[in-house]
Write a protein that binds this ligand. Sequence first.
Ligand SMILES: [Fe+2]
Ligand SMILES: [Fe+2]
Length: 223
Amino acid sequence: MKKSKSAPMKKKSSPAKKPGMDKKVIAKPKQMAALKAKPSLKPSSKKQEQRPDSMVADGKHYDIIQMILDDHKPLKRCIEILKNLELSLSSRRAAFNEFAPLLTIHAKAEEAVLYTFEKTEVDMREEAFEGDVEHALAAQMAEEVKQTVDKDIWSAKARVLAELVEHHIEEEETEMFPELKKQANASDLIRLGEEYQSKKGEIKVDVLHPAVQKQQPVLSVRH
Ligand SMILES: [Fe+2]
Ligand SMILES: [Fe+2]
């Protein structure tokens, strides 16, 4: 990916808040006693249930970069399995079955929110279009893997797919995100994070439950 030398378009504000940075809150002895005396029958409070996905347990927001880094972790775990031909075919097939839908959901949400945003900024447009191309190649390769019967060809294609996505993720993390941090301010990154989370929810329904989307309402007609 090329890096632009032009000046940042937006002025940075305060840095984005990161999860897990706060001190742990330890309950005092009296609070512990109260908790033991009155055990709650409900698994979580209504307030917690309504908490937006962009907020962590302490009520702080986290941004699109942190969300995408979190999404990359299970993909990387599957990639390591798919690349390792010493592992059994069944364990690599299981990794692929986990990897493929995760990749689709992640890539589509990234395109719809992050890449769309980056295309509005002259210094990030090229990287965003490159991301689109790599996603399309990965999606095409994943389809080929699904349709491959021969186990040796399946292994070869799955490994190439894993290496392609590994390279793509590395570029995002080491080139795209540092540039994004220069170009976007903290509130942009949090707003994009909320949009990313929402988009992922919509795409999950399409990917994991396609039959629900295809079902047409049955109209009863009285004669
Ligand atoms: Fe991507
Ligand atoms: Fe990504």
